[in-house]
Design a protein around this ligand. Structure first.
Ligand code: G3H
Ligand code: 13P
Ligand code: ZN
Length: 284
């Protein structure tokens, strides 16, 4: 199937009360794991490429791998740029064939974030590419912030309404208590804030840092209207642990394919479990 934009998978999710998994592709085996999991679960899926993935593989390999994998399945696949912060890179992604982009201006002052995101939306929409923006600071679990600081970083519902109106984004990443990477403590989500954002914003709501969020909190976030759930860390952990276990069991192995195969299977298992948790299994 050809690549599709975010709205094609997220509008039905909003109607059906489920979320679609957005999985970070770190390498070829993980691209295969994501697409095979989606086909076997009959689930729509978002494959996303981070800055690290682009540095590692380059845009031509990423687009080549995802297009090839998507062409072999019937389920809708979105190829999305994750946390783009460079306007020219966004343009390159569109030219290479991404069907969706994220422009992350969350480190900029609000006015600049709005102006830059609007610029990305104008260009992307003109060529049929969807856009995710970010408001509030999501950060990493390594960032040492106090409770007061944490609160100040969260997305303000009134600002979110203004951001959507002035930028025209299709999706909005919000800061409501999640962070990127492995959590040191169980994350606490600010559900009342999420509800207020949802009441004021009609764009799809995105939860970054969804790895390590307890299942019950994920279900609650979905019930409050989150329709895109980003997962990277749990896939990496499963992949690397399986490869290490394989090498410990067979330290003399010199075939990289034998070493990576268990990583791919472990990644696929995590992705399928997340698809069932998000409710997108069986929705394609
Ligand atoms: O949100 C972004 C990713 O989880 C981090 O990705 O280390 O591949 O740039 P990266
Ligand atoms: P995790 O690595 O915490 O799953 O976050 C992924 C993410 O938000 C990618 O944008
Ligand atoms: Zn993220």
């Amino acid at each position: 199937m050809n690549l599709v934009g975010l709205n094609e998978v997220l509008a039905p999710a909003a109607k059906g009360g489920y979320a679609v998994g957005a999985f970070n592709a770190n390498n070829m085996e993980i691209v295969q794991a994501i697409i095979e999991a989606a086909a076997e679960e009959k689930s729509p899926v978002i494959v996303q490429a981070s800055q690290g993935a682009i540095r590692y593989a380059g845009l031509d390999y990423i687009v080549g791998m995802v297009r090839t994998a998507a062409a072999g399945v019937e389920v809708p696949v979105v190829l999305h740029l994750d946390h783009g912060t460079d306007f020219e890179q966004v343009l390159r992604c569109i030219r290479y064939g991404f069907s969706s982009v994220m422009y992350d201006g969350s480190q900029l002052p609000l006015e600049e974030n709005i102006a830059m995101t609007r610029r990305v939306v104008e260009i992307s929409h003109a060529v049929g590419v969807t856009v995710e923006g970010e408001l509030g600071k999501i950060g990493g679990t390594e960032d040492d912030v106090t409770v007061e600081e944490r609160d100040a970083f969260f997305t303000d519902p009134a600002e979110a309404e203004r951001f959507e109106k002035e930028t025209g984004v299709d999706a909005l990443a919000v800061a409501v208590g999640t962070a990127h990477g492995p959590y040191k403590w169980e994350p606490e989500l600010d559900y009342p804030r999420l509800q207020k954002i949802k009441e004021r914003v009609s764009a799809s709501i995105v939860l970054h840092g969804s790895s390590g969020v307890p299942d019950e909190a994920v279900r609650q976030a979905v019930s409050l209207g989150v329709t895109k759930m980003n997962i990277d860390t749990e896939i990496r952990q499963a992949f690397v642990r399986a490869v290490v276990a394989y090498m410990q069991a067979d330290p003399d192995n010199i075939d990289p394919r034998k070493m990576l195969a268990p990583g791919k299977e472990a990644a696929k298992k995590v992705i399928k479990e997340k698809m069932r948790l998000f409710g997108c299994s069986g929705k394609a």
